[in-house]
Design a binder for this molecule. Structure first.
Ligand SMILES: [Zn+2]
Length: 254
């Protein structure tokens, strides 16, 4: 079977709720050409029918109805939206979603940016966050942690997904200096020896500063054909990070 997921973990409910979270790959979908084959991004030049077919495929794999797999209208901002039901109309223009529902799967689309998934299984709160360089600079993961805390989260675990690595993200010196002021570990050196930024390292640093337990998934989107990368090829698809809380099973009187 074609490997749809770059990484996935399905952890059943033990103490608190379970969680199903992970990241899709470029494989197993029906898009062709520059978007082959599991492109989940709309408005990138792909056939909308193929995108919808791919989104339905992922929803099926996550065992949710298609309209319960929620994508946001990402805009490199720092706003987080709470959601407890399928969208009525257009998705909100935000870069983070938070839910307490076990019926919804939250998705974040990327092609070099850092997808961050968060969960507190005891409190029953989950979040998906899109973090590009602007989001790291604005501290969007801290805002997501705050939004989760408002819903009762006290012990948060995160998975930071594959993104463009520090070696592959060359930037002007002034940009690296600005990033280093936010998080020193975001300062990097490119394969060419020029200034670069490691956004994901900065994000991991920001999460740990908030006492979040972090698991960082290996993989550089620019270097791996199993992931979409805007820096490798501008006309390309988007892969997704997703997170879904799983209901505790109560049969058998346990
Ligand atoms: Zn790289």
């Amino acid at each position: 079977m074609t490997r749809v997921f770059h990484w996935r973990e399905q952890s059943p409910a033990i103490a608190g709720l379970g969680v199903d979270w992970g990241f899709t790959s470029t494989r197993g979908g029906s898009s062709v050409g520059d978007f082959a084959s599991l492109n989940l991004g709309g408005n990138v030049g792909d056939d909308p029918c193929a995108v919808e077919s791919n989104r339905a495929l992922v929803a099926g794999a996550l065992d949710v109805q298609r309209d319960h797999l929620l994508f946001m209208s990402q805009c490199h901002g720092s706003d987080i939206a709470f959601v407890d039901r399928p969208w009525q109309g257009e998705p909100p223009a935000v870069d983070g979603l938070v839910t307490t529902s076990t019926d919804l799967a939250l998705a974040v689309l990327v092609a070099d940016c850092t997808p961050v998934l968060l969960v507190d299984r005891v409190a029953g709160v989950a979040a998906a966050v899109h973090v590009g360089r602007p989001g790291m600079m604005a501290g969007i993961v801290g805002r997501a942690v705050d939004a989760m805390a408002d819903l009762g989260a006290r012990s948060i675990s995160a998975v930071v997904g594959p993104s463009v690595c520090g070696r592959c993200y060359e930037v002007p010196e002034v940009m690296r200096t600005q990033a280093a002021k936010i998080s020193p570990v975001a300062s990097a050196i490119s394969w060419q020896g020029t200034p670069a930024i490691d956004v994901a390292a900065g994000v991991v640093d920001q999460l740990r500063a908030r006492s979040v337990v972090v698991q960082w998934i290996a993989g550089c989107s620019r270097e791996s054909e199993a992931l979409f990368s805007y820096r490798r090829r501008h006309r390309t698809g988007r892969f997704a990070g997703f997170v879904r809380l799983l209901q505790a099973h109560t049969e058998g009187g346990v």
